[in-house]
Design a protein around this ligand. Structure first.
Ligand SMILES: [Zn+2]
Length: 77
């Protein structure tokens, strides 16, 4: 009788822990509706003409480049 009671409590605690874990997981993985505001201006790489967000662009004077590599290549042109 006593052992059965312990078993029931153990199962109850286990179920509670699992349900709590699932709850935490679902709230964490919930997709966010708020889009980051960073991607606003799209600029063009002066070297390869690819379009990139301004936040990712390498700036050189008034010019923008998709990577440091292309900036160097453009300067050596
Ligand atoms: Zn480029």
């Amino acid at each position: 009788m006593f052992r059965t009671l312990i078993l029931f409590i153990a199962i109850g605690v286990a179920v509670w822990l699992v349900s709590r874990m699932i709850k935490n997981k679902t709230t964490k993985s919930r997709p966010k509706n708020n889009q980051p505001k960073e991607i606003k201006n799209i600029v063009q790489c002066k070297f390869c003409n690819i379009y990139i967000p301004e936040s990712d662009a390498i700036k050189y004077n008034e010019l923008t480049f998709c990577s440091q590599d292309h900036l160097e290549q453009w300067k050596n042109k």
